[in-house]
Design a protein around this ligand. Structure first.
Ligand code: EPU
Length: 424
């Protein structure tokens, strides 16, 4: 049997906790290292399974990678691999972001076609559309996207899909454009802090990028990029998860390395739910008394409320006072956690792309399984407020994106421990 978390009812969390580097910033930045020959040093890298998967992909391409402490040293040299194989891509969709750098550097790439996943269908049409506008040609062969590009050329392109902008498609095109002759204008670019971090990394490498953080990004191609030393931004989703943990427990917690400018929508909703929030220099302090007030939430691309915090917010609303409506506008199918929360005594009904949550007085501990990364985090938070014990399985999801979440929560007083395979 695999590892499980045993979460017992916990009192109010108290103390200070520090957020790790952002998983969703470091993954495309690791791919961006492919654009130079020289080594790049990346600090504040979280120890999560997705980073390990990306290291394996880079190594499979012939790149040297060393990971010590929170520092990654990526040395591409004249690596000559151009294939991202099925066994690695199927583990992590973010591997798609090697496509742009491989085409820009080698004029060819073969990346296994990523499938859908538990949070719903996840097409890649915008990645292909953007790279095609720069002159790349694609065919699908034996489950692989086979891309070729004789000479990429700057272009004006529009990257909006049915659900708005795309974070990794924006990143893919921006990376390819850095080494592409001429000027590329990306309209309807994603504005997420992780896109800004990638743009800043590329600029440090010598790329000419402007407008990142807004909906129109302009990239002037350059002949070559060089290695850099860079520090990744803190993980706003981990920060949001810890903030909701404080709120659900009725605690008083200071979250260090939580950037208020990255968390505006989460702060706004928690304030509306009656949590007292103090923005300090580089940290956020939360004080909550139970139960919080029900609030309606709609997820949207940044600066809207992040889809990656929707499940955790649902756990909080499950024990709030009143009825709330949580609406998904980024991944309309991302509701697998509803049934597990209901098994713990929550009262949540799905209506299309919304969940109607009637706050209940208490949840009761149960064996539950995390269906994805954020759903797992939500179940941990629900377990802290539930009677008795909650046993969470499916930790491979949680471990993809959280570096030892249970240790962070334990440090704040939560009653939670990991049962390793040997103990079960
Ligand atoms: N979409 C398309 N076509 C595309 C690409 C996306 O229609 O070619 C749609 C998606 O299906 C979705 C919407 O556009 O409805 C937004 O998806 P996006 O492309 O922005 O997602 P992503 O870049 O693949 C990143 C994060 C996700 C996060 C989303 C949205 C990484 C590695 N992943 O994915 O993170 O939910 O942006 O903010 O950066 C997570 O960490 O748990 C996670 C799933």
């Amino acid at each position: 049997m695999a590892d499980r978390l045993v979460i017992s009812k916990s009192g109010p969390l108290r103390g200070t906790v520090t957020v790790h580097g952002a998983k969703n910033a470091v993954l495309p930045i690791m791919a961006a290292c492919l654009l130079a020959e020289e080594p790049s040093i990346i600090d504040n890298v979280p120890h999560v399974a997705d980073v390990i998967s990306m290291i394996e992909i880079l190594r499979r391409l012939g790149v040297q990678v060393a990971f010590t402490g929170d520092r990654l040293v990526v040395t591409p040299g004249r690596y000559d691999g151009t294939v991202a194989p099925y066994d690695l891509v199927s583990r992590m969709r973010a591997s798609i972001c090697v496509l742009g750098p491989l085409l820009a550097r080698h004029g060819k790439a073969q990346v296994s076609m990523p499938g859908g996943c538990v949070i719903g269908p996840r097409p890649i049409d915008l990645h292909l559309k953007g790279l095609q506008a720069l002159g790349a040609l694609f065919t699908i062969e034996h489950g692989y996207i086979v891309g070729t590009a004789k000479a990429l050329k700057g272009a004006r392109l529009h990257l909006s899909g049915a659900f708005g902008s795309s974070v990794l498609a924006t990143g893919n095109v921006m990376m390819a454009a850095t080494l592409t002759k001429g000027t590329t204008i990306i309209e309807h670019a994603a504005c997420e802090p992780e896109v800004i971090d990638l743009a800043n990394f590329l600029k440090a490498m010598g790329a000419r990028v402007e407008g990142h953080g807004g909906p129109v990004i302009r990239v002037e191609g350059v002949a070559r990029l060089h290695g850099v030393h860079y520090r990744i931004i803190p993980d706003r989703i981990e920060a949001g998860t810890l903030m909701i943990a404080a709120a659900i427990s009725g605690g008083d917690v200071t979250v260090n390395d939580a950037r208020p400018d990255h968390l505006g929508a989460v702060i706004d909703k928690l304030c509306e739910a009656n949590v007292t929030i103090e923005k300090q220099n580089g940290s956020i302090r939360l004080r909550a008394s139970k139960p919080v007030q029900a609030v309606d939430v709609t997820t949207l691309p940044f600066p809207g409320f992040p889809t990656d915090v929707q499940a955790q917010m649902m756990a909080l609303m499950a024990v709030s006072r009143g009825v709330s409506v949580l609406t998904e506008k980024v991944y309309p199918e991302r509701f697998m956690h509803i049934s597990e929360l209901n098994r713990m005594g929550a009262s949540i009904a799905r209506e299309g792309s919304s969940a109607i949550v009637k706050g209940v007085e208490r949840l009761s501990g149960a064996p539950v399984t995390g269906s994805d990364l954020r759903a797992s985090a939500a179940l941990v938070l629900a377990g802290m407020t539930a009677d008795n014990h909650t046993e969470l399985s499916g930790l491979e999801h949680l471990d993809r994106g959280y570096q030892n979440l249970e240790a962070q929560l334990r440090q704040l007083g939560a009653n939670i421990r990991r049962l390793s395979q040997a103990e079960t």
